[in-house]
Write a protein that binds this ligand. Structure first.
Ligand code: RIB
Length: 314
C-alpha cells in the first residue's frame, strides 16, 4: 500500500482525572493518594490516538459537550493527528469524564460519567458516511449508545469494510448484535460478560472465543493481560494462535486494551495477517502500560519498532 492506512473510529471521548494511590479505597473510606493527572481519555478517542500515532490516517466520530473539557479533548485528539471533522458538540450535555484510580501495581479502577457520549446518534454516524467510504477498517467500542454502534456496524458492512469491535466496557448485548463483526477484541471479563458466564466461573479464553464465533464473528482476539492474547478464527476454529507479551514493569494499565485495538486496526489496515497484527498490537500495548495516562501513554511507530528490533516479536 503506497498510502497511509485509513481508519474510522466511532466512539467516546472523555477527560480522565487520574490519581495514583497505594491502594483503591473500600466503600466509605478516604485514602491519601499521590500524583494527579488530567488527560485525554475515552475508549474511542484513545483508540483513534493510538492508531494515528502508529501511522494511520484516522477519522474520529464522536460527541463532546460544548465546554472547556470538550474543547481541550478535541484539541488533544487533533494534536495527535486525528481528523476531528465528525466530532460534534452537544449544547445540552457536559463532556464525558472518567475518574480513575491507579494502584502502584499499575492496576486501575474507573468510573465514567458519559455525558455527551450518550447522545452520539446513528445520524452522526450517517453524517460520516464519506469517511466510512474511504476507510480500510472501522473501529468501534461500547461507550456510546449500542443503537449507534449497531448502525455503524451495518453501514461499514454495507460498504464492504472490515469492522473491529472492542466490546468494552463489559456488557451483555442483544442477540444478533455481533453478526458481521470481523474481529472482536474482548478481555477476559468482557468475553465472560458477553457469554453470560457467572462471575468467578472458570474462564477458558479459547473456549470463550469459540463460543463467541457462533455469534457470527469472523475472529475473536481475547486479550489476557500480561499473558498476551489468544486468537481463534471462524475459518479454522480448531486452531488456537497464542501471542505472547513482552515482559514489562507496569506503571498504569489504563487504556492498554485501547492501545491494542487501535494498533490491531493499523496492522490489519496495512495488510498484516491477523496473528502478525496482534503481535504488533501486543508490543504497542506493552509500551503503553509503562506510562501513566490513557492518550498520554500511546506509543509512536518508532517506539514500537524500537522494541521489535531489540526484542523481536514476543
Ligand atoms: O479504556 C480506558 C478508558 O476508559 C479511559 O480513558 C476512560 O476515559 C474510560 O473511557
Amino acid at each position: 500500500m503506497n498510502r497511509k492506512p485509513r481508519i474510522v473510529v466511532v466512539g467516546s471521548s472523555n477527560t480522565d482525572m487520574v490519581v495514583k494511590t497505594a491502594r483503591i479505597p473500600t466503600p466509605g473510606e478516604t485514602v491519601l493518594g499521590g500524583e494527579f493527572l488530567m488527560t485525554g481519555g475515552g475508549k474511542g478517542a484513545n483508540q483513534a490516538v493510538a492508531a494515528a500515532r502508529l501511522g494511520a490516517e484516522v477519522t474520529f466520530v464522536a460527541k463532546v459537550g460544548m465546554d472547556l473539557f470538550g474543547e481541550q479533548a478535541v484539541h488533544e485528539i487533533r494534536a495527535a493527528g486525528v481528523n476531528t471533522e465528525y466530532v460534534t458538540g452537544d449544547p445540552e450535555t457536559p463532556s464525558g469524564v472518567a475518574l480513575i484510580f491507579v494502584e502502584e501495581s499499575g492496576q486501575n479502577s474507573i468510573v465514567v460519567a458519559p455525558g455527551a457520549n450518550a447522545s452520539l446518534a446513528p445520524a452522526d454516524v450517517e453524517a460520516a458516511r464519506p469517511a466510512f467510504e474511504q476507510a480500510d477498517v472501522v473501529v468501534l467500542q461500547l461507550e456510546v449508545p449500542i443503537l449507534t454502534v449497531a448502525y455503524a456496524i451495518r453501514l461499514a458492512k454495507d460498504l464492504g469494510k472490515r469492522v473491529i469491535l472492542n466490546p468494552a466496557p463489559a456488557t451483555a448485548l442483544p442477540s444478533g448484535f455481533l453478526n458481521g463483526v470481523d474481529v472482536l477484541t474482548p478481555n477476559e471479563i468482557e468475553a465472560a460478560m458477553l457469554l453470560g458466564a457467572p462471575p468467578g466461573a472458570d474462564f477458558q479464553p479459547a473456549a470463550a472465543a469459540r463460543a463467541l464465533l457462533k455469534e457470527g464473528v469472523g475472529a475473536v482476539v481475547v486479550t489476557v493481560g500480561a499473558e498476551g492474547a489468544i486468537i481463534v478464527e471462524a475459518e479454522r476454529s480448531d486452531r488456537i494462535v497464542r501471542v505472547k507479551s513482552h515482559p514489562v514493569i507496569p506503571v498504569d494499565t489504563t487504556a492498554a486494551g485501547d492501545c491494542f485495538t487501535g494498533a490491531l486496526a493499523v496492522g490489519m489496515a496495512e495488510g498484516m495477517l491477523l496473528a502478525e497484527a496482534a503481535g504488533f498490537a501486543n508490543t504497542a500495548a506493552s509500551v503503553s502500560v509503562t506510562r501513566l495516562g490513557a492518550q498520554a501513554s500511546m506509543p509512536s511507530r518508532n517506539d514500537v519498532e524500537q522494541v521489535l528490533s531489540e526484542f523481536g516479536h514476543a
